[in-house]
Ligand binder design. Structure first.
Ligand SMILES: [Zn+2]
Length: 360
């Protein structure tokens, strides 16, 4: 099958394709329903899990899609292509593969990055009982990121204020304050929540169940929106030790580290990489976010702000509402054959390298 055909036009089609391919290739499939939310057409939403290989295998590879909802077009297409092209056929007895489809099914189905509670899941994996998140200065710019009116003079002033903030605080400061993760404005952007979300709880329980018996576990989470068009930046994340281990197994690749300032991503808190690592104190863990570029950073940030504005102040059923929905989808999913083949080639290379490394 052409690689392009593994990608789907909506969440339901993506889910159907993924499940059908996994079942045809001998994966065991489980569905977890998110009963807190529905798709736009009122249908149910699921986080699906497909597993191949022995439950007591020494090595585990786990691939996640749709942590940021709308970014699931990318991750789902890659997962389906890897399964459909039999990349996981003929595995050794000591290796187990677990694919998690649509970590945030609400966001995927509604073309949003956030979940049903406006939470950015990749800021939500905090230990809320013991960790106090740091304040990146988000409060200074919240009102400008999400002005009450998206068009006209209010918006012009808001953009001017953000430009001034960037000028006053130096390069990277605006991105860090906006996207580093904030826990003070539940109606704002890049909000990390105040408790673990349904998706984070489901992922952590699953990770414990499947990865605890393993000695080594490698996690790859597919994202879109940062960096050059179609390029998959390998971002190592988690504790210093996990980042160092990840650098070591991918020593032949250019791997970046937000904390060292080498990534297109700002340093962020409450990532899935941190959550997974904390859940598995006795496992040697590795974590990479494979981040694929789409449009410019400015266009992507504007789409994130517009989406937040739309659900807070706007109307989905209006010309502006429909325009924003299209803008958000375009910012996280380039519906072009060339982009999709770039995504797959990179993912295939990284996955094959991971499989070799785990079986060394
Ligand atoms: Zn993302």
């Amino acid at each position: 099958m052409d690689i392009e055909n593994y990608f789907s036009a909506n969440y339901q089609a993506a889910r159907g394709k993924f499940l059908q391919l996994c079942e045809a290739r001998g994966f065991t499939v489980d569905a977890y329903q998110n009963d807190r939310a529905k798709a736009p057409d009122g249908s149910d939403l699921f986080l699906d899990v497909a597993m191949l290989g022995s439950a007591d295998a020494e090595h585990l590879l786990m691939l996640f899609s749709g942590t940021h909802g709308v970014e699931g077009y990318c991750g789902s297409g890659i997962q389906s292509a890897l399964v459909g092209e039999s990349v996981f056929g003929g595995l050794g007895p000591n290796l187990r593969i677990v694919l998690v489809h649509a970590v945030n099914p609400y966001g995927f189905a509604h073309d949003r990055r956030v979940n049903e509670d406006n939470i950015d899941l990749n800021r939500n994996f905090l230990d809320f009982a013991h960790e106090v998140p740091s304040d990146n200065g988000y409060g200074d710019i919240h009102a400008h990121l999400v002005p009450e009116a998206w068009e006209g003079e209010t918006r012009v002033q808001a953009d001017a204020a953000l430009a001034q903030y960037a000028k006053d605080n130096g390069p990277g400061a605006l991105q860090h304050a906006a996207s580093g993760g904030q826990y003070t404005h539940s109606n704002g952007v890049f909000y990390g929540g105040e408790t673990l979300s349904w998706s984070a709880e489901t992922v952590l329980a699953l990770v414990k169940e499947v990865a605890e018996p393993a000695r080594r576990a490698c996690f790859i989470d597919f994202h879109t929106g940062l960096g050059p068009y179609g390029y998959g930046e390998m971002i190592a994340a988690g504790s210093r030790a996990q980042v160092d281990r990840t650098f070591e197994i991918y020593r032949d690749y250019e791997v970046t580290d937000p904390d060292a300032g080498t990534s297109t991503s700002a340093p962020i808190q409450g990532t899935m990489a941190h959550g997974v690592e904390r859940a598995l104190p006795d496992v040697e863990t590795y974590f990479v976010a494979l981040e694929y570029g789409t449009l410019s950073l400015k266009e992507v940030m504007t789409a994130v702000r517009a989406d937040n504005w739309l659900y807070q102040f706007g109307s989905l059923d209006s010309p502006l509402g429909r325009d924003i929905k299209r803008q958000v989808r375009d910012a996280f999913y380039c519906d072009e054959a060339k982009w999709k083949s770039m995504l797959y080639e990179r993912a295939l290379d990284v996955v094959n390298s991971t499989l070799r490394e785990l079986q060394r």
